[in-house]
Design a binder for this molecule. Structure first.
Ligand SMILES: *Cc1c(COP(=O)(O)O)cnc(C)c1O
Length: 466
């Protein structure tokens, strides 16, 4: 499998290089040159398979030149073996033909574990084979940092440095990052905001000379193709559990960077019958505004009760734009360069195509809280605020009552207790047993000034330079 850039000016790469590279040198994102396609008969034959075997069938075509079958199977067993539910991604019924797929049974209680537990293992495997070392540098406002740290804690060939804004992440989120022990794990609290952290990471990727040429910088944000790949699997898993592929499914996906829902779009292109994909956003609704009025325009960032979806631009949307423009990289490049300067639109016939592929809704904090309360009162089931946005959007956009509607449950409610309080419920979501002592564990992090040179010097000094 070869991978090409969405901006058309970078050389095609194999899986290993795409895994290690992150952003393409022309500024684009990598996508597979062509997708594997599975027949209904083949998909049907996967009914009843354990999650890891399904994952193998769906992902192996993407990695086969890089990793022998047995090694990849072992990686998948280890990755999904640490999840705390035997079904890995269990489905919970909310109403007639309406479901939540719980994607928060991994070690850090958010769906990002599905991809980042695997990504850490893939990186370590490929680096070990090449006898190379990588330094992961990432910025986080919450969920990505802890999932990435957890995914890399056992890696021998990776040092990970996660930047978070000092005193601006929730205590649960901070502790999930800073209480993981390991001499390759480094938490940096930057005296600045999330944008400052992200800018430092971006600038460091642009000029890696501070590493002295002895290690490469690797990315763990959702521009990394391997993350998207791992997220395709659970769409098939849900469908097979509810009578697919002999009936079509609808999915509602709480969306920020468009990674998770893009994986759903790919599942459909790979042969899974999907009749509806709902983009569910919070007040940071650039995607919903685009879907409603063909205007792609950055607004000011709003802080909401669903912080993991607080974004101004949606980086993975570029991968969809590439398909919408007939895979013309130069057209995408032009469009995104213009988008950086002001609002842009696409040709009407292309916009009509995208409207056929997706529905969308933007959900404010008040409606999010109302949904949490309603679902709890009717089902005694607690939704986290991100999932609640998905459930509301699912109900608002649903087209056919006979098609199962599955909302992706992206986080455990105990991760976001503020929203539960705000919704007026007195029930307190409990952390699962493996995290019950989170508030007693010892924390490790270093506070640094909002200064790129300081942060880079810290990284240069602390990575295992052997
Ligand atoms: C990251 C995240 C999202 C958004 O996912 P994208 O792939 O960026 O669209 C939604 N919910 C939670 C809990 C998350 O951590």
């Amino acid at each position: 499998m070869r991978y090409i850039s969405t901006r058309g000016e970078a050389p095609a790469l194999g899986f290993e290089d795409v895994l290690l590279t992150g952003l393409a040198p022309d500024g684009g994102l990598y996508v597979p040159e062509s997708l594997p396609h599975f027949s209904l008969e083949e998909i049907r034959s996967w009914r009843g398979l354990p999650y890891t075997e399904l994952a193998f069938n769906i992902m192996y075509p993407f990695v086969e030149e890089a990793i022998p079958e047995a090694d990849f199977r072992q990686m998948l067993d280890e990755t999904y073996g640490v999840f705390t539910h035997k079904a890995v991604a269990p489905l919970v019924q909310l109403d007639t033909n309406e479901w939540v797929m719980e994607l928060f049974r991994g070690p850090t209680l958010a769906f990002k574990d599905f991809a980042l537990q695997l990504l850490g293992r893939l990186l370590d495997y490929v680096l070990g084979k090449r006898k190379e070392h990588a330094v992961i540098m990432g910025a986080t406002s919450g969920d990505t940092g802890s999932a990435a740290i957890e995914g890399c804690r056992r890696c021998e060939h990776v040092d990970i440095f996660i930047l978070h804004p000092y005193e601006r992440v929730s205590e649960v989120q901070r502790r999930q990052m800073t209480t993981v022990q390991g001499d390759n794990i480094h938490n940096i609290a930057v005296r600045g905001n999330f944008d400052d952290c992200q800018r430092m990471v971006k600038e460091s990727f642009g000029d890696q000379s501070f590493l002295g040429g002895k290690a490469r910088l690797a990315a763990v944000n959702s521009i990394n193709w391997a993350r998207i790949m791992a997220q395709i699997v659970y769409y098939f898993h849900a469908s097979l559990a509810l009578g697919g592929p002999d009936r079509s499914m609808a999915f509602s996906v709480p969306t920020g960077n468009f990674g998770d829902i893009f994986a759903g779009y790919l599942a459909k292109k790979m042969g899974l019958p999907v009749s509806q994909l709902v983009i569910a956003t919070n007040r940071n609704d650039i995607l919903h505004r685009f879907m409603s009025g063909n205007k792609y325009e950055q607004h000011q960032l709003e802080h909401t009760l669903s912080p993991s979806m607080d974004i101004m631009v949606s980086s993975n949307f570029e991968r969809l734009l590439f398909d919408l423009h007939g895979r013309d990289g130069l057209a995408v490049k032009q469009l995104l360069e213009n988008a950086a300067k002001g609002p842009v639109s696409i040709e009407d016939y292309r916009w009509k195509r995208v409207r056929k592929l997706f529905d969308s809704a933007a959900v404010d904090d008040k409606t999010t809280c109302n949904t949490i309360r309603e679902v709890y009162e009717q089902n005694q089931y607690l939704l986290d605020p991100h999932t609640a946005i998905g459930v509301h959007a699912a109900r608002a956009c649903r087209r056919d009552i006979q098609v199962p509607m599955i909302t992706l449950g992206t986080a455990h409610p105990a991760k976001f207790p503020d929203a539960i309080v705000e919704s007026g419920l007195t029930v307190k979501p409990e952390l699962p047993a493996h995290m019950a002592d989170l508030f007693e564990r010892e924390e490790h992090y270093t506070v640094l000034d909002n200064d790129r040179a300081d942060v880079q010097a810290f990284i240069a000094k602390h990575w295992k330079n052997t």
